[in-house]
Design a protein around this ligand. Structure first.
Ligand SMILES: NC(=O)c1ccc[n+]([C@@H]2O[C@H](COP(=O)([O-])OP(=O)(O)OC[C@H]3O[C@@H](n4cnc5c(N)ncnc54)[C@H](O)[C@@H]3O)[C@@H](O)[C@H]2O)c1
Length: 260
């Protein structure tokens, strides 16, 4: 059975993957600065991604890493620099040192958050971070590309949309990634043979989506959910979006207005 190390395994997305990937043939080792649940004690490594020794111990014998650990929202630059930028460097370095074949990196739509609404946003659109947080995801995609070209790592950067049990806002009717589809997407990113470096959007098959899902489908992702099933309830609760609202105008939505 192939073994995958999940950094940030105690978090929300980590929880979905811990629940879904074992049934698809993956043995999970969790790494987080806080202890988590759902795995045997010996499969949990409690540590910080900025600690190279702890990472080396956790990488021993793994076939792939899913790197989720970090600050998932806007924060002061010093915090983003330490956790998301230095921490991500440390994870890629550990992968290189330990000979881990593949890294699937949790990037974010906020790496391209200032992309104005268009018919269909491709993954090759200019990187336009909307926050220091988004900037750290640009770094993560960049170091993934560097380590793929220079050291032969196989890297997939997943620009996750909004991964929650259900969509809660009008924007999430476009950006939602259901937990079940997240499992299928990460499965595809872990298993597709013959890739070097890929960037994909991570959303469900949402009728209202304007982010190109073709690159993810090319890796074998087969999304089953559509946020449209929740549209009536969400629109009843939130009302429609005005076209001047950043949530409507930009791929990154309200993050374009967030201050640390
Ligand atoms: N949930 C989403 O909708 C979404 C959208 C876009 C991108 N992402 C990205 O996906 C990843 C996971 O997001 P999430 O929603 O599960 O976040 P989360 O906050 O629930 O989980 C992050 C986990 O990382 C751990 N962590 C933080 N700093 C650490 C450190 N220095 N060392 C070790 N562990 C550390 C935390 O303890 C936590 O368990 C993040 O990188 C986030 O930026 C998530």
């Amino acid at each position: 059975m192939a073994r995958v190390l999940i950094t940030g395994a105690a978090g929300a997305v980590g929880g979905y993957l811990r629940a879904g990937l074992p049934g698809l043939g993956w043995q999970i080792r969790g790494f987080d600065r806080v202890p988590g649940e759902g795995l045997a004690t010996e499969d949990w490594h409690v540590g910080d991604i900025r600690d190279a020794e702890a990472l080396d111990a956790a990488c021993d014998g793994v076939d792939a890493i899913i790197h989720l650990a970090g600050i998932p929202v806007e924060a002061p630059f010093a915090d983003i620099l330490s956790t998301n930028i230095d921490g991500t460097y440390q994870v890629f370095e550990a992968a290189r040192r330990c000979g881990v074949r593949r890294v699937v990196y949790a990037s974010s739509n906020h790496a391209v958050g200032f992309t104005p609404r268009t018919e269909l946003a491709g993954v090759d659109t200019r990187q336009r971070p909307d926050t220091y947080y988004g900037l750290s995801k640009v770094f993560g995609e960049g170091i993934g590309s560097l380590y793929a070209d220079k050291y032969g790592l196989e890297v997939v950067a997943v620009r996750i949309g909004s991964c929650f049990p259900v969509p809660r806002t009008v924007r999430m009717l476009e950006s939602w990634l259901s937990p079940a589809d997240a499992v299928d997407l990460f499965r595809a990113c872990l298993t597709t043979p013959g890739l070097r470096y890929e960037v994909v959007y991570g959303i469900s098959a949402n009728s209202r989506a304007w982010w190109d899902l073709a690159p993810a489908r090319k890796l074998g992702y087969d999304p089953q959910d559509d946020a449209e099933a929740f549209a009536a309830d969400v629109l009843m609760a939130c009302g429609p979006l005005d076209e001047s609202d950043p949530e409507y105008r930009y791929l990154g939505g309200a993050f374009t207005t967030h201050e640390p």
